[in-house]
Design a protein around this ligand. Sequence first.
Ligand code: PLP
Length: 386
Amino acid sequence: MIPYGRHEITQADVDTVIDVLQNQFLTQGAQVPGFEKTVADYCGVAHGVAVNSATSALHIACLALGLGKGDWLWTSPLTFVASANCGLYCGAQVDFVDIDSKTYNMCPVKLEQKLVEAEKQGRLPKVVVPVHLRGEPCDMAAIAALAQRFGFKVIEDASHAIGGRYGTQKIGACQHSDITVFSFHPVKIVTTAEGGMAMTNDDDLAQRMGLFRSHGITRDPALMTKPSEGAWYYQQIELGYNYRLTDLQAALGISQMQRLDDIVAQRHLLADRYDKTLADMPLTLPQRGKTAYSGLHLYPVRLQLDQIDVSHREVFDRLRSSGIGVNLHYIPVHTQPYYQGMGFKVGDFPEAEKYYAEAITLPLFPTLTPKEQAEVVAALKTAITA
Ligand SMILES: *Cc1c(COP(=O)(O)O)cnc(C)c1O
């Protein structure tokens, strides 16, 4: 089976991790701060707070922004459930803004319309989470302008987008947001097995996220309510969690980051080849914006169902049975039973649902060979033929 995504571990990665295992701290040593600095320097942002997943990063980002009971968090319905769940963790309510039919990202026009309505009803969101689906940056300038006008905070879910650019700035620079979150799960662009990081230019947010990552405990006298009682002393000043990344993982992350640009460039070569070889098929291919550079985590094609005599399900099943590990990103979050239980209905976000009825994610990862890619294309051609 050719999977839709596959991580790559080099000998350099292995050697780095073994060195930590044999010679250094396993956790709370120098590797985590080193990894944070590596990613922050790469992005051109002041701070990175490393955690054990992007899900945890989203959670501490929401907490640091003060999201809580009575507040609203809005995100895209076309995302992994974690982009929405982080709001519920904080006791806030969650709502969605439908996608743009071309970019598949949260539509800024629909966002504006919904904000105007919400303002009338006195239920403006406190936090909006745009998701750079596939690695393709959202229209962040438009979203930031709305954030200014309506007074909400912005967390970019950039789980798909490390290595990408928005205009001249790297994704993660937080030019148009308060916080940007990355995932280092193995299917993503670079990996630490499990892992995530929250980037910010705001010193106070960075400090608060650092607290929430580790039990709400501080050893910084400046944050304490009274003088230290000795060298052992610490204070718990917030209710935090244990969301720490290990040094083994951080070392792997530092090593992987050295190849990030090459990895994304290779993804672009593969996507260019898909663009060419799939151009004549009854498919809508994923578009890439001219002013941005996608991280290209995913290459989803949409079946033009009125042009073919095979169902979406049948094409998907045929590909899987011919050894192509296609996938579908994502089941719209508002159609999940848990969210339906909160009152969301099928039909609420029609563009996301339409996408779900047509999309298939093709294999895309740096070590995908030209031969394997040709296999994918051939299998797809066969699968859409009745
Ligand atoms: C993978 C992913 C997450 C969660 O990442 P983890 O590191 O697995 O917690 C969140 N949002 C999006 C869009 C993702 O793709």
